[in-house]
Write a protein that binds this ligand. Structure first.
Ligand code: GLU
Length: 304
């Protein structure tokens, strides 16, 4: 058995020199004002024990981490049908690139680039009538924290600066790959990105992927095979265009967001979340990558 608390303490001591390095996301003012010296990490076992260090109880903006939950909820309702509208290959391009989408006739490479997440949001909107509400309610239930909520300031700021996302959505609409009105899809997408959660919340919330699709309450959200699919897409596409580097250094399914958070899954064992707002040139948390690298090296826990 691992002493997870001692391991997290050791990881935090080891990454201290890089905490504060990197650039805080500055495309919207609400993210630019986050203190770069923050660092937190949490681990939630499949049995419900939670361990944490640093600022592990402090909420931050989940941003693209929300894409994992939108995918899981869509898959749970729509099954394989969704893969006709979005691919599952790494993009090798920035998360908000338009170029590839034109070459590939409006079908995004994967559900974790913005175009793919917009398709997922669109489909979840059609399936539930309220995509953002479905994602929030799921996160509340899985994290066990009923206070999980949107940040209206972040959502408004995303909308104000969301020209590129609007371009992606309109472009896909022109190919028939968006069902709902573009402004409605964008609104739900921005609200989902604005969700504010702590490392503790997110480590618990990704537990269903460590439990092969079973929720915290024991019901089945995804089949075992679908849970494997989500983990596989996280491994290959979850960390912008640095997924190869992540697989090499960390060896776990991960998803990062420009708020500086990264979730990671160790099947059968636990969900992890690390947060450090300073980002590297790919948009991944500098301290977060280092911490996950240290964690898997110290414990020997990885999918390989
Ligand atoms: N809300 C951000 C956007 O769509 C998400 C960016 C991210 O975390 O990758 O631009």
């Amino acid at each position: 058995m691992h002493d997870f608390q001692a391991i997290l303490d050791e990881v935090m001591a080891a990454v201290r020199p890089v905490v504060g390095q990197g650039r805080v996301a500055n495309y919207i003012p609400a993210l630019a004002s986050v203190d770069p010296s923050r660092f937190g990490m949490a681990l939630a076992t499949v049995d419900g024990d939670v361990f944490g260090v640093g600022d592990w109880r402090m909420p931050f903006s989940v941003q693209s981490i929300s894409k994992v939950f939108a995918l899981a909820l869509t898959l749970s309702r729509d099954g394989d049908a969704i893969w006709r509208r979005v691919g599952k290959e790494p993009s090798g391009n920035p998360f908000n690139s338009l170029v590839q989408l034109e070459y590939e006739q409006g079908v995004p490479r994967n559900p974790f680039i913005n175009a793919g997440a917009l398709v997922m949001t669109d489909r979840l909107l059609s399936l539930t009538g309220d995509s953002r509400g479905a994602v929030r309610d799921f996160l509340r239930a899985e994290s066990g924290n009923p206070a999980v909520d949107f940040d209206a300031v972040v959502a408004a700021s995303e909308a104000e600066h969301g020209h590129r996302n609007a371009a992606l959505a309109h472009f896909m609409k022109s190919y028939g790959n968006i069902e709902n009105p573009v402004p409605l899809v964008l609104e739900h997408y921005f609200w989902q990105c604005s969700l504010s959660m702590s490392c503790a919340d997110l480590a618990r919330a990704c537990g269903f992927l460590a439990r092969h699709g079973r929720t915290a309450g024991g019901t089945r959200l995804l089949s075992r095979s679908q849970a494997k699919q989500v983990n596989a897409v996280m491994l290959t596409c979850g960390t912008y265009d640095a997924a190869g580097e992540f697989a090499y250094r960390v060896g776990l399914p991960c998803k990062s967001g420009v708020g500086g958070g990264i979730i990671a899954v160790i099947p059968n064992r636990c969900g992890l979340c690390v947060w450090g707002p300073g980002l590297d040139s790919h948009g991944n948390s500098v301290a977060g990558v280092e911490a996950l690298d240290r964690f898997t090296t110290l414990t020997g826990l990885s999918v390989f």
